[in-house]
Design a protein around this ligand. Structure first.
Ligand SMILES: NC(=O)c1ccc[n+]([C@@H]2O[C@H](COP(=O)([O-])OP(=O)(O)OC[C@H]3O[C@@H](n4cnc5c(N)ncnc54)[C@H](O)[C@@H]3O)[C@@H](O)[C@H]2O)c1
Ligand SMILES: [Zn+2]
Length: 363
């Protein structure tokens, strides 16, 4: 049996643990009961994850003497809006939750962000617990305390910082995840090692096939390794004033590609292309050597993510980047690499180089 591991997120006002262990879902009740002053807990999930895992969680909570209030939102990014949260507030307030009643997110990043926003706002804030069920939610969205919903004007424009009191990641649930979602999560894992950990990168190169074949021992190690990297970055810069920007490696191009493709490219696929564009520029500027760039492109390819063949209009991608909220004073901010495991921020790159990088993604 895999004993799993615990990663501490050491934020000054709100430290918490991320527990990663296969099979965790079945015996999570006592851990949650020990952290809750209320006998009630509110579980928020989506219409795909609910039918798969709600029963197991409900049984674990009942065994620990907790009373479950249950709310379900249709699955997918389309429903990450205020209108789908209103009935959730109705349910929670109707069931007379208290200031001490934890809200539990059981789902991917969409549910994590939405349930987190409910936890941040209902009764002016209640404890929040995350049970992430996608690789992306485990390695990325479970650390950092960002919560929120989309608005017609753009993604994640309404939200709050609200740290969880605990995160429980059970890699076993990744067995039902659509393969494309698994690959999307791997894009963020590649990103983490590229910006912070050369040894981690080498290990990922060796083992990525084990992730794709759902080797639980490896997935447990991978999730723990990645939450630790993200935790260290967030600890150093909780409110995104400095080095947390490194987490946007691949995302400047990525967000634009995602938008212009009208979401034909998933987030992870768009970030994969974005990382390829960023290392192209890193090499052209003499920051990164060719062999390192090839290794990075190679690992993205091994993950089954796109590295070329982008059919989008380069000018449209560039225009979308200029509209991105990360533009500072009219200049596009890029995160580049000067070696594997180390990122640098570049604010004013020649527009011709940016264009060349976008065009290179078409070949
Ligand atoms: N708060 C943060 O720091 C942060 C970071 C990254 C991303 N996000 C947000 O996360 C969202 C994307 O998250 P996501 O990629 O997890 O998408 P998601 O939550 O939409 O999940 C993807 C799909 O997989 C299904 N699913 C989830 N777990 C499953 C499982 N174990 N088995 C079978 N199906 C399962 C879901 O129902 C959904 O249809 C975006 O809205 C993004 O803004 C937030
Ligand atoms: Zn991302």
């Amino acid at each position: 049996m895999n004993a799993g591991s615990v990663v501490r997120v050491n934020l000054p006002d709100s430290p918490y643990d991320i527990t990663v262990r296969p099979g965790l879902l079945a015996d999570i009740g006592t851990a949650i009961a020990s952290q809750s002053k209320s006998r009630k807990v509110a579980v928020i999930t989506d219409s795909r994850v609910g039918p798969l895992y709600r029963k197991a969680l409900a049984a674990a909570l009942a065994a620990a003497g907790l009373e479950e209030i249950f709310a379900m939102i249709p699955h997918g990014e389309t429903y990450k809006t205020i209108q789908y949260l209103l009935p959730v507030y109705d349910q929670l307030l109707g069931a007379k939750i208290e200031r001490s009643t934890p809200v539990i997110a059981l789902g991917g990043g969409v549910i994590g962000d939405m349930a987190g926003f409910v936890a941040a706002t209902v009764l002016r804030g209640v404890p929040f617990i995350q049970i992430p069920t996608t690789l992306l939610a485990m390695v990325d969205a479970s650390v950092g305390g960002k919560t929120g919903i989309n608005h017609a004007v753009g993604k994640n424009l309404i939200g709050a910082f609200h740290q969880p009191i605990a995160v429980y990641a059970d890699p076993e649930v990744l067995k039902t995840l659509p393969p494309r979602e698994l690959r999307g999560g791997l894009a963020e894992c590649i990103k983490h090692d590229c910006i912070r950990d050369a040894d981690g990168f080498a290990a990922l190169e060796q083992n990525i096939a084990r992730a794709l074949s759902l080797d639980l021992d490896y997935l447990t190690e991978l999730v723990a390794h990645n939450v630790a990297i993200k935790a260290r970055v967030v600890e150093a810069d909780q409110f995104e004033n400095g080095e947390r920007a490194h987490l946007n490696f691949g995302h400047t191009f990525g967000h634009a590609i995602e938008t212009i493709s009208q979401y034909q490219y998933s987030h992870g696929e768009a970030v994969a292309l974005g990382m390829v564009g960023a290392v192209y520029m890193s090499e052209k500027l003499g920051l990164l050597d060719e062999a390192s760039r090839r290794r990075i492109v190679g690992v993205i390819e091994l993950a089954g993510l796109p590295v070329r063949g982008m059919k989008l209009d380069p000018q449209a991608v560039i225009d979308a980047m200029i509209f991105d909220k990360k533009v500072k004073g009219g200049k596009i901010r890029f995160i580049l690499l000067d070696r594997i495991g180390h990122a640098v921020i570049q604010d004013d790159l020649p527009p011709e180089l940016v264009r060349e990088a976008v065009e290179s993604l078409r070949d």
